[in-house]
Design a protein around this ligand. Structure first.
Ligand code: AMP
Length: 264
């Protein structure tokens, strides 16, 4: 039998969302490698990079406890020993998450490429939490004819609906309440019948929370990342800030699976 290796790249500060990726990885291989590396190339804001939580010891314990066979925490020198040639993420890399964060996705592809070369996985697991990242990585892997299979993992949320994120630890109890507007807006918008009403609902609900500062909110077509024109394979994306903490979330449109019967 050919050897398989499933890889879960992370930036650490592990939470249940990361652990769910390890769980999925175990379905593909008994050899599960988890990397922990805060990639400076994908941070455009030095303050955000400096504040990024670093908890290597407890991360290793949690990942091994969840069934990882190996934790790999490389240094910056290990990943970038000499001058870095950035990989261009293309036009989609300049939209949404890439619009306000110049070079972000070039940095993501560059680190993923280097991590893949070190780990040599057969499978790599990425969360839908970073839906644009997942899209760009899948596209790049297809284009470069890499044999690595990219597996997507659903978003894990807290009981109150907030998508788990390493940055949530920077939210106060009060901030958390404000942040819930994101999942509430996504839930309501994705249950609208048309893309147009979904777009309106998304913006209206988000605007109802003055403590939420919107970066972008859009309904996109999952196949090409263009603004969606129909609810099929459409997904609502939201990003913004609560008290300076950047939050990101998304949800697929729920399309009714049966025809609506209109009463006579
Ligand atoms: P990060 O450490 O933020 O770079 O995330 C590492 C991986 O975990 C990425 O593939 C993320 O999409 C994924 N991830 C982060 N948060 C969640 C979540 N709440 N649910 C599922 N996957 C997640």
């Amino acid at each position: 039998m050919t050897h398989t290796r499933a890889f879960v790249p992370t930036m650490g500060a592990l939470h249940a969302g990361h652990l769910s990726l390890i769980d999925i990885a175990k379905q593909y291989s008994s050899d599960v490698v988890v990397s922990i590396f805060v990639n400076p190339l994908q941070f455009e804001d030095p303050d955000d990079l400096a504040k990024y939580p670093r908890t290597l010891e407890s991360d290793s314990e949690r990942a091994l406890g969840a069934g990882a066979s190996e934790i790999w925490a490389p240094t910056e020198k290990d990943i970038y020993p000499d001058e870095v040639q950035l990989i261009d993420a293309g036009a989609i890399g300049k939209k949404y998450e890439g619009a306000g964060r110049e070079g972000h996705f070039d940095g993501v592809l560059t680190v993923v490429d280097r991590l893949f070369k070190h780990v040599q996985p057969t499978h790599a697991i990425f969360g839908e939490k970073d839906f644009q990242q997942l899209f760009i990585i899948k596209k790049w892997v297809r284009k470069s004819e890499s044999p690595i299979e990219i597996i997507s993992a659903p978003i894990i949320r807290d009981v109150d609906g907030l998508a788990l994120s390493s940055r949530n630890t920077r939210l106060s109890a009060e901030d958390r309440k404000y942040a819930l507007i994101i999942s509430r807006a996504l839930r309501q918008a994705t249950h609208e019948r048309s893309v147009e009403s979904a777009r309106d609902r998304l913006h209206d609900v988000l605007a109802s929370e003055p403590s939420f500062e919107l970066d972008y909110a859009e309904i996109i077509n999952e196949d090409n990342f263009e603004p969606a024109t129909s609810a099929r394979k459409a997904r609502a994306l939201v990003a913004g800030w609560v008290n300076g903490v950047r939050l990101l979330d998304n949800m697929q449109m729920s399309v009714p699976t049966f025809p609506t019967v209109v009463a006579p």
